[in-house]
Design a protein around this ligand. Sequence first.
Ligand code: MRU
Length: 359
Amino acid sequence: MFETPHPPGDVLTIEWRDGAVVMIDQRRLPLEEVYVTCHTFEEVAEAIRSMVIRGAPAIGVAAAMGMALAARAARGESPATFRGTLQDATKVLYETRPTAVNLKWALDEMEAVWRREDLSPGEVTEAMVTRALEIYEDDVASCRAIGAYGAALIEGEQPVILTHCNAGALATAGYGTALGVIRSVFARNPRVRVLVDETRPFLQGARLTAWELLHEGIPAELITDNMAGHFFRTGEITHVVVGADRIAANGDTANKIGTYTVAVLAREHGVPFYVAAPLSTVDLSIPDGDHIPIEERDESEVTHLAGRRVAPHGVRVRNPAFDVTPARFVTAIVTDRGVARPPYLETLARLAGGPGKEV
Ligand code: MRU
């Protein structure tokens, strides 16, 4: 991997450029805007693993582009060797991060292309690049649809929306899911305000969501995670909107660690709790949240702050990166095909089954 200078103009999360994959290095935001260029699928895998790129839909797009890189590198091989290489690349990319199902979804989409026996390796490669770019473009369109469906749910003259982690343009190909809803609300009601959970330990809220909202001039205030209860009790928060990494068939939702706490607080205080995610985040193959693998990350994320140790040497650490919010705490799930409400087992299946309207 090597870094390119910051291109002028708008910030990009990920881009296919001149046969390579360019990503903004999210580990270094907001203090530095540095871009990383990946020329191989192994470099893309490492970028996902090390959180250069993160957020469920963005990880899916990166994996798709990583597969396109793998195909380009192997297209001169015999059909059998070519497909063997792509199978190996799929495994490497699949194992980078376990919770976000968009990764598997994107790899399955790419596999449907490279399994085609009627195409030569050269033709498969071209089709894979095309499919990766479609996945990218579809993701932006999905986010805009989620934004429109979600904005219709945010009533009131001066809504105050709490969000957790970063489900913004940086977590997708563009526009964002939870932040897509917030962007759409802001477009028609500039009096909306956002409370941004800092999101320990990786600080996606403080570093990324605060940065995105500031960039767009959307009124936002940053709070530490343990302040959320206070603002629920004082009645300031009118809505919660968060993203998702995987939603089980029954609506149980895995999202950034701390989301469950927010959902319980929202229920206690009668505040609607909305999950915003494309249907590629819905995993109908698992019945409930107990089947969602929860990633455990390195303990240094907990023992250190900005590279400085804050906990004693030798202390034992737990660092689950996600938690599961049971479906009963979720007021509605805003997808790119409409809004699902309980019972999710029926409504999600119906939305996933075809082009849908609100159910
Ligand atoms: O560990 P991360 O930063 O990849 O976790 C991201 C989240 O939990 C997001 O809320 C989720 O992926 C939705 S992004 C649109």
